[in-house]
Design a protein around this ligand. Structure first.
Ligand code: B12
Ligand code: SF4
Length: 482
């Protein structure tokens, strides 16, 4: 059997034409994991193509093509799937977007895989071999990831990534932040790999570097501590993600540092506690953010701090306030996004009810385009504010101010990452264009909002007021910006 695995990329992240440079690009685990899951008895030849680092070559010989899609890449994945099916290939689509909207993906494939695929992908391939492919596969994974095979990194073009040493110890997240895809796509999954299996995989890596892609690894504090303890003798230098919880437990933070942690991505999201509470991220305390940064720096750990704009509490001053906060607290590598209503999330459902979605054009659901009507400003102002904050934080002045706080031991790494993001910040506007509004979608959204308004029998809500303004405004009808 011949298997071809494809990962299409969105406009911003696409190889060469994109603005996300190699220095920022680590290898995702999606395709290498799927390749490792192919049952041995099929004696399959597997090839992978990641559009983040190469142009896709669709002229291949394959019995089965597997395509992964996140929301921002879904339409591109569907276009490729349609072409390949027309040529007679069996096409399977999986990943976060297909998990959120399987019926939509099913219109473009022979089979859709919902959720994690450790059990369903091998089963699907055996079914193909026996000519018994089913249209949908979903096998829930339990809380343990014991026995997950080691990703096939040998299939990657390793020189095209900053590192191919990405690894996963935990999966999912126990929290339920309103805007996040994870609780909607993988509800109630917080799974762990046995520590000894993670260590065994780390031992296969060339070089000392490792990158954990786990979304929320420290929420099971005991697991995290035993993992970090076991990693100390490996003498790795690793980066990963965390919530601010890591700074609340001195032993945990110290073990992370001893195990070689040099950087953490933290989703601070907002410097307003009201916003954090309203979006169900109240377990993060905004007034303590500066202290969190200091504690991590004291342990030789740099911070990639992610902030999101466009929440209902955000007014036009949020950009300046956040950029100033980032400089003052010396966050090594800030990253900005607009809050994005990914389908099926709590946030999406609320905006849809309130008639505030501007369209469902998935390629623009990439967190750098405004796709909804914000409460306290126009979509255009939000877009400009996002891009302004990127430029502001990656001006030379801000870079020098921020990095003055970075521990010396990690400075070279963070200087090169700042250069990478400076390029991204200065070129982002070339990729964003104007705000799209889809009149047909808005008409349907208005009808849905009216129906739900009538059903709830409630009074006039802020949401419906926002919709009325949008729908009647001359600017939106003519497509002009305010
Ligand atoms: C690596 C990564 C990236 C890489 C590459 C992404 C890509 N696919 O092109 C980069 C850095 C470019 C990136 C960028 C973005 N990403 Co990203 N990224 C990740 C990350 C951290 C790891 C992915 C991974 O390797 N997972 C491990 C593998 C094993 O799991 P998996 O991919 O889910 O695959 C399993 C199943 O889903 C299934 N499966 C997946 N695909 C397929 C296909 C087939 C055929 C089958 C059978 C099964 C299957 O099988 C696998 C094994 O169980 C995830 C978070 C995470 N930890 O998963 C976010 C994540 C995928 N990213 C996300 C987002 C939002 C983005 C961005 C929009 C924003 C941002 N700034 O991060 C951009 C936009 C990218 C674009 N438009 O091109 C979201 C996706 C949400 C959505 N609905 O779109 C995630 C889930 C993070 C989150 N919490 O919101 N990202
Ligand atoms: S935003 Fe982070 S902490 Fe919140 S649910 Fe998503 S992964 Fe978990």
């Amino acid at each position: 059997m011949k298997i071809q695995l494809l990962s299409p990329a969105g406009e911003i992240h696409r190889n060469q034409s994109g603005i996300f440079k190699t220095a920022l690009r680590y290898a995702p685990l999606t395709l290498t994991t799927l390749a490792a899951l192919v049952p041995e008895e099929l004696h399959a030849e597997v090839a992978i193509q990641d559009e983040g680092v190469q142009s896709l070559d669709l002229d291949f010989d394959a019995d089965v093509v597997g395509i992964t899609a996140i929301t921002g890449t879904a339409l591109r994945a569907y276009g490729i799937a349609d072409q390949l099916r027309a040529r007679g290939h069996i096409v399977v689509i999986g990943g976060p977007h297909a998990t959120l909207l399987p019926d939509e993906a099913a219109q473009h494939d022979d089979a859709v895989v919902v959720g994690y695929a450790e059990k369903s992908w091998p089963q699907l391939l055996r079914d193909v071999a026996q000519g018994q492919l089913k249209p949908r596969y979903f096998t829930p994974t339990g809380r343990s990831l014991a026995g997950v095979p080691i990703a096939r990194r040998d299939l990657l073009k390793k020189e095209r990534y900053a590192t191919i040493n990405s690894i996963e110890a935990t999966r999912g997240c126990p929290h339920k932040c309103d805007f996040c895809v994870v609780p909607s796509a993988w509800a109630n999954i917080y799974a762990h790999r046995p520590v000894e299996e993670v260590v065994a995989e780390l031992e296969t890596f060339e070089g000392r570097e490792a990158l954990f892609i786990d979304l929320s690894p420290v929420e099971d504090v005991n697991y995290a501590k035993s993992l970090y303890r076991a990693m100390i003798p490996l003498r790795k230098r690793w980066v990963g993600l965390s919530t601010t919880r890591i700074a609340e437990d001195r032993e945990l933070l110290s073990l992370a540092a001893q195990s070689g942690c040099k950087g953490l991505l933290i989703g601070f999201e907002s410097i307003s506690q009201d916003t954090l509470n309203e979006t169900h991220k109240g377990f993060h305390a905004a007034p303590e953010y500066a202290e969190v940064v200091k504690k991590l720096h004291d342990h030789g750990i740099g911070i990639q701090g992610c902030f999101v704009f466009g929440f209902d509490n955000d007014d036009e001053h949020v950009f300046e306030r956040t950029a100033e906060f980032v400089d003052r607290t010396k966050i090594d590598l800030p990253r900005y996004a607009v809050v994005t209503p990914f389908p099926n999330t709590g946030f999406y459902k609320r905006l849809e009810r309130e008639g505030r979605l501007l369209h469902q054009h998935w390629p623009l659901y990439d967190v750098e385009h405004v796709v909804f009507q914000p409460r306290q400003m126009s979509p255009e102002r939000l877009q400009e504010g996002l891009e302004w904050t990127w430029r502001q934080s990656y001006s030379w002045r801000s870079i020098f101010r921020r990095l003055a706080g970075a521990p010396w031991s990690i400075l070279p790494l963070w200087v090169s990452l700042n250069f990478g993001y400076r390029y991204y910040a200065l070129h982002l506007h070339e990729k964003t264009g104007t705000i799209l509004r889809d009149p047909e979608f808005m008409k349907q959204a208005q009808a849905r909002a009216e129906r739900s308004f009538a059903l709830t029998g409630g009074g006039r809500t802020c949401g419906t007021a926002g919709r009325a303004e949008l729908v009647s405004g001359a600017a939106w009808q003519s497509g002009e910006s305010d």
